[in-house]
Design a protein around this ligand. Structure first.
Ligand SMILES: NC(=O)c1ccc[n+]([C@@H]2O[C@H](COP(=O)([O-])OP(=O)(O)OC[C@H]3O[C@@H](n4cnc5c(N)ncnc54)[C@H](OP(=O)(O)O)[C@@H]3O)[C@@H](O)[C@H]2O)c1
Length: 252
Protein backbone atom coordinates (compact mmCIF):
# COMPACT_ATOMS: atom_id res chain seq x y z
CA UNK A 1 0.00 0.00 0.00
CA UNK A 2 1.36 3.49 -0.81
CA UNK A 3 1.91 5.83 2.14
CA UNK A 4 -0.29 8.96 2.15
CA UNK A 5 1.66 12.11 1.20
CA UNK A 6 2.52 14.29 4.23
CA UNK A 7 1.85 17.79 2.95
CA UNK A 8 3.19 20.55 5.17
CA UNK A 9 0.59 23.16 6.07
CA UNK A 10 2.28 26.52 6.43
CA UNK A 11 0.97 29.93 7.50
CA UNK A 12 3.40 32.61 6.33
CA UNK A 13 2.96 35.98 8.07
CA UNK A 14 4.97 38.42 5.96
CA UNK A 15 5.07 36.02 3.02
CA UNK A 16 6.25 38.80 0.70
CA UNK A 17 9.53 39.22 2.57
CA UNK A 18 12.42 38.08 0.39
CA UNK A 19 13.62 35.56 3.00
CA UNK A 20 10.14 34.17 3.51
CA UNK A 21 9.50 33.86 -0.23
CA UNK A 22 12.74 31.94 -0.71
CA UNK A 23 11.76 29.60 2.15
CA UNK A 24 8.23 29.09 0.81
CA UNK A 25 9.66 28.05 -2.54
CA UNK A 26 11.37 25.13 -0.78
CA UNK A 27 8.08 24.11 0.86
CA UNK A 28 6.26 24.50 -2.47
CA UNK A 29 8.62 22.00 -4.11
CA UNK A 30 7.40 19.45 -1.54
CA UNK A 31 3.74 20.08 -2.36
CA UNK A 32 2.90 22.15 0.73
CA UNK A 33 -0.38 23.91 1.44
CA UNK A 34 0.35 27.54 2.25
CA UNK A 35 -1.37 30.71 3.44
CA UNK A 36 0.55 33.71 2.14
CA UNK A 37 -0.30 36.73 4.32
CA UNK A 38 0.97 40.21 3.57
CA UNK A 39 0.01 43.54 2.02
CA UNK A 40 -1.23 43.76 -1.58
CA UNK A 41 -3.49 41.24 -3.31
CA UNK A 42 -1.71 41.57 -6.68
CA UNK A 43 1.70 40.79 -5.20
CA UNK A 44 0.25 37.95 -3.14
CA UNK A 45 -1.43 36.47 -6.22
CA UNK A 46 1.84 36.66 -8.15
CA UNK A 47 3.57 34.83 -5.30
CA UNK A 48 0.79 32.22 -5.21
CA UNK A 49 1.18 31.62 -8.96
CA UNK A 50 4.93 31.20 -8.52
CA UNK A 51 4.52 28.77 -5.61
CA UNK A 52 1.89 26.72 -7.43
CA UNK A 53 4.14 26.50 -10.49
CA UNK A 54 6.85 25.08 -8.20
CA UNK A 55 4.53 22.38 -6.88
CA UNK A 56 2.52 23.84 -3.99
CA UNK A 57 -0.70 21.85 -3.54
CA UNK A 58 -2.72 24.87 -2.42
CA UNK A 59 -1.92 28.54 -1.87
CA UNK A 60 -4.40 30.87 -0.15
CA UNK A 61 -3.73 34.62 -0.34
CA UNK A 62 -4.43 36.72 2.77
CA UNK A 63 -4.24 40.44 2.07
CA UNK A 64 -3.84 42.19 5.41
CA UNK A 65 -1.82 44.68 7.42
CA UNK A 66 -0.31 42.26 9.93
CA UNK A 67 0.32 45.01 12.48
CA UNK A 68 -3.35 45.85 12.63
CA UNK A 69 -4.99 42.60 13.66
CA UNK A 70 -7.65 42.87 16.38
CA UNK A 71 -7.72 39.18 17.30
CA UNK A 72 -4.66 37.18 16.24
CA UNK A 73 -6.03 33.91 17.71
CA UNK A 74 -9.23 34.08 15.66
CA UNK A 75 -7.42 35.21 12.51
CA UNK A 76 -4.85 32.42 12.80
CA UNK A 77 -7.65 29.89 13.28
CA UNK A 78 -9.29 31.15 10.07
CA UNK A 79 -5.99 30.93 8.20
CA UNK A 80 -5.27 27.38 9.33
CA UNK A 81 -8.77 26.15 8.57
CA UNK A 82 -8.33 27.47 4.99
CA UNK A 83 -5.50 24.94 4.48
CA UNK A 84 -6.88 22.12 6.62
CA UNK A 85 -4.63 22.52 9.69
CA UNK A 86 -1.19 23.73 10.70
CA UNK A 87 2.35 22.39 10.80
CA UNK A 88 4.33 25.65 10.83
CA UNK A 89 3.87 29.36 11.27
CA UNK A 90 6.57 31.48 9.65
CA UNK A 91 6.65 35.11 10.83
CA UNK A 92 8.94 37.27 8.71
CA UNK A 93 7.42 40.71 8.37
CA UNK A 94 9.36 43.63 9.77
CA UNK A 95 10.68 47.11 9.20
CA UNK A 96 14.08 48.65 9.81
CA UNK A 97 12.62 52.14 10.35
CA UNK A 98 14.70 55.27 10.81
CA UNK A 99 16.57 55.17 14.12
CA UNK A 100 17.73 58.81 13.99
CA UNK A 101 14.18 59.99 13.26
CA UNK A 102 12.74 57.72 15.97
CA UNK A 103 15.05 59.26 18.58
CA UNK A 104 13.13 62.54 18.13
CA UNK A 105 9.77 61.37 16.83
CA UNK A 106 7.80 59.07 19.14
CA UNK A 107 5.39 58.08 16.36
CA UNK A 108 8.32 56.62 14.39
CA UNK A 109 9.66 54.87 17.51
CA UNK A 110 6.22 53.48 18.29
CA UNK A 111 5.83 52.24 14.72
CA UNK A 112 9.19 50.41 14.79
CA UNK A 113 8.37 48.84 18.17
CA UNK A 114 4.81 47.94 17.22
CA UNK A 115 5.69 46.35 13.88
CA UNK A 116 8.74 44.43 15.07
CA UNK A 117 7.69 43.57 18.61
CA UNK A 118 4.13 44.17 19.86
CA UNK A 119 2.18 42.98 16.85
CA UNK A 120 4.61 40.12 16.20
CA UNK A 121 4.35 39.06 19.86
CA UNK A 122 0.57 38.82 19.54
CA UNK A 123 0.89 36.50 16.54
CA UNK A 124 3.51 34.43 18.37
CA UNK A 125 1.30 34.01 21.43
CA UNK A 126 -1.63 33.03 19.23
CA UNK A 127 0.55 30.50 17.40
CA UNK A 128 1.83 29.11 20.71
CA UNK A 129 -1.73 28.48 21.92
CA UNK A 130 -2.64 26.71 18.70
CA UNK A 131 0.49 24.56 18.69
CA UNK A 132 -0.05 23.69 22.35
CA UNK A 133 -3.70 22.79 21.81
CA UNK A 134 -2.87 20.36 19.00
CA UNK A 135 0.43 19.12 20.57
CA UNK A 136 2.12 19.60 17.24
CA UNK A 137 3.70 22.29 15.12
CA UNK A 138 6.43 24.86 14.92
CA UNK A 139 6.75 28.63 15.11
CA UNK A 140 9.65 30.12 13.15
CA UNK A 141 10.24 33.85 13.68
CA UNK A 142 12.52 36.34 11.97
CA UNK A 143 14.59 38.04 14.65
CA UNK A 144 17.95 39.72 14.06
CA UNK A 145 21.55 39.84 15.19
CA UNK A 146 20.70 43.50 15.92
CA UNK A 147 18.87 42.19 18.99
CA UNK A 148 22.06 40.77 20.52
CA UNK A 149 23.72 44.03 21.58
CA UNK A 150 22.39 47.58 21.58
CA UNK A 151 24.32 49.95 19.36
CA UNK A 152 23.73 53.58 18.50
CA UNK A 153 22.84 53.15 14.85
CA UNK A 154 19.81 50.84 15.22
CA UNK A 155 19.01 50.18 18.88
CA UNK A 156 15.26 50.81 18.60
CA UNK A 157 14.82 48.14 15.92
CA UNK A 158 17.38 46.05 17.86
CA UNK A 159 15.39 46.36 21.09
CA UNK A 160 12.25 45.14 19.34
CA UNK A 161 14.07 42.19 17.77
CA UNK A 162 15.88 41.36 21.02
CA UNK A 163 12.57 41.36 22.91
CA UNK A 164 10.96 39.22 20.23
CA UNK A 165 13.85 36.75 20.46
CA UNK A 166 13.37 36.40 24.22
CA UNK A 167 9.64 35.90 23.76
CA UNK A 168 10.22 33.13 21.22
CA UNK A 169 12.80 31.45 23.48
CA UNK A 170 10.18 31.45 26.26
CA UNK A 171 7.59 29.97 23.92
CA UNK A 172 10.09 27.27 22.92
CA UNK A 173 10.53 26.42 26.60
CA UNK A 174 6.73 26.35 27.08
CA UNK A 175 6.11 24.13 24.04
CA UNK A 176 8.69 21.47 24.89
CA UNK A 177 6.12 19.75 27.12
CA UNK A 178 3.66 19.25 24.27
CA UNK A 179 6.17 18.36 21.56
CA UNK A 180 5.84 21.73 19.79
CA UNK A 181 8.73 23.86 18.65
CA UNK A 182 9.59 27.56 18.47
CA UNK A 183 12.71 29.17 17.05
CA UNK A 184 13.98 32.67 16.45
CA UNK A 185 16.09 33.00 13.32
CA UNK A 186 18.80 35.63 13.63
CA UNK A 187 19.93 36.64 10.15
CA UNK A 188 23.08 38.71 9.71
CA UNK A 189 23.36 40.80 6.52
CA UNK A 190 20.95 39.52 3.88
CA UNK A 191 20.53 41.13 0.47
CA UNK A 192 16.80 41.95 0.46
CA UNK A 193 14.63 45.04 -0.12
CA UNK A 194 15.06 45.84 3.59
CA UNK A 195 18.78 46.42 3.09
CA UNK A 196 18.45 48.07 -0.35
CA UNK A 197 19.97 51.35 0.87
CA UNK A 198 23.03 49.73 2.49
CA UNK A 199 26.28 49.28 0.55
CA UNK A 200 26.85 45.56 -0.01
CA UNK A 201 29.71 43.25 -0.80
CA UNK A 202 32.08 40.93 0.98
CA UNK A 203 31.75 37.59 2.70
CA UNK A 204 29.31 38.72 5.41
CA UNK A 205 26.47 39.26 2.94
CA UNK A 206 24.14 36.38 2.07
CA UNK A 207 21.35 35.96 -0.47
CA UNK A 208 17.84 35.00 0.73
CA UNK A 209 18.23 31.68 -1.12
CA UNK A 210 21.23 30.87 1.10
CA UNK A 211 19.36 31.42 4.36
CA UNK A 212 16.11 29.74 3.23
CA UNK A 213 17.29 26.14 3.83
CA UNK A 214 18.50 27.18 7.30
CA UNK A 215 15.07 28.63 8.09
CA UNK A 216 13.26 25.52 6.79
CA UNK A 217 15.53 23.15 8.69
CA UNK A 218 15.06 25.16 11.91
CA UNK A 219 11.35 24.30 11.92
CA UNK A 220 12.16 20.65 12.60
CA UNK A 221 14.93 21.12 15.18
CA UNK A 222 14.51 21.89 18.85
CA UNK A 223 17.02 24.70 18.94
CA UNK A 224 15.35 27.96 20.00
CA UNK A 225 17.97 30.30 18.48
CA UNK A 226 19.40 29.82 14.99
CA UNK A 227 21.82 32.24 13.32
CA UNK A 228 21.63 32.53 9.55
CA UNK A 229 24.18 31.93 8.16
CA UNK A 230 25.55 30.00 11.15
CA UNK A 231 28.88 31.86 11.36
CA UNK A 232 26.97 34.86 12.82
CA UNK A 233 26.76 32.93 16.11
CA UNK A 234 30.55 33.37 16.48
CA UNK A 235 30.58 36.97 15.24
CA UNK A 236 27.91 37.91 17.77
CA UNK A 237 29.69 36.00 20.53
CA UNK A 238 32.70 38.25 19.93
CA UNK A 239 30.60 41.42 19.60
CA UNK A 240 28.80 40.70 22.89
CA UNK A 241 32.15 40.06 24.57
CA UNK A 242 33.76 43.38 23.52
CA UNK A 243 34.27 45.35 26.75
CA UNK A 244 32.02 48.41 27.07
CA UNK A 245 34.86 51.03 27.10
CA UNK A 246 36.12 49.60 23.78
CA UNK A 247 32.60 49.19 22.32
CA UNK A 248 31.73 52.79 23.17
CA UNK A 249 34.67 54.02 21.09
CA UNK A 250 33.23 52.43 17.93
CA UNK A 251 30.74 54.08 15.60
CA UNK A 252 28.74 50.89 14.97
N1 LIG B 1 17.73 41.64 5.40
C1 LIG B 1 18.48 41.58 6.49
O1 LIG B 1 19.71 41.81 6.43
C2 LIG B 1 17.87 41.20 7.82
C3 LIG B 1 18.74 40.99 8.88
C4 LIG B 1 18.22 40.61 10.12
C5 LIG B 1 16.86 40.43 10.26
N2 LIG B 1 16.02 40.65 9.21
C6 LIG B 1 14.59 40.41 9.44
O2 LIG B 1 14.16 39.38 8.57
C7 LIG B 1 12.77 39.54 8.28
C8 LIG B 1 12.55 39.47 6.79
O3 LIG B 1 13.09 40.64 6.18
P1 LIG B 1 13.69 40.68 4.71
O4 LIG B 1 15.13 40.94 4.84
O5 LIG B 1 13.23 39.48 3.94
O6 LIG B 1 13.11 42.03 4.16
P2 LIG B 1 11.94 42.42 3.15
O7 LIG B 1 12.02 41.61 1.91
O8 LIG B 1 12.01 43.90 3.04
O9 LIG B 1 10.64 41.97 3.94
C9 LIG B 1 10.00 42.69 4.93
C10 LIG B 1 8.53 42.42 4.70
O10 LIG B 1 7.76 42.85 5.83
C11 LIG B 1 6.54 43.28 5.30
N3 LIG B 1 5.78 44.12 6.20
C12 LIG B 1 6.23 45.18 6.90
N4 LIG B 1 5.21 45.71 7.59
C13 LIG B 1 4.11 44.95 7.31
C14 LIG B 1 2.77 45.00 7.72
N5 LIG B 1 2.34 45.97 8.54
N6 LIG B 1 1.89 44.06 7.26
C15 LIG B 1 2.32 43.12 6.41
N7 LIG B 1 3.60 43.01 5.97
C16 LIG B 1 4.47 43.93 6.43
C17 LIG B 1 6.94 44.07 4.05
O11 LIG B 1 5.81 44.24 3.26
P3 LIG B 1 5.65 45.50 2.26
O12 LIG B 1 6.41 45.12 1.04
O13 LIG B 1 4.17 45.56 2.06
O14 LIG B 1 6.21 46.70 2.97
C18 LIG B 1 7.97 43.13 3.45
O15 LIG B 1 7.37 42.18 2.61
C19 LIG B 1 12.36 40.87 8.91
O16 LIG B 1 11.72 40.62 10.15
C20 LIG B 1 13.68 41.57 9.16
O17 LIG B 1 13.58 42.47 10.25
C21 LIG B 1 16.49 41.04 7.98
Amino acid sequence: MTKPVQRQRIVALGALSAMCKATLRLYAEEGARIVVAGRGEDRLKALATDLEARGAHQVVTWDTDLTNCQDARAELARMTSAIGGLDSVLLFYGTLGDNAKAEKDMAEARSILHTNFTSAAEWCLAAADLIESQSHGSLVVGGSVAGDRGRQSNYIYGAAKGGLGLLVQGIAHRLVRCGGNAVVIKPGFVDTPMTASIAKGGPLWAKPEAVAPIIKRAATRHSPVVYAPGFWRWIMLVIRAVPTPVFHKTKL
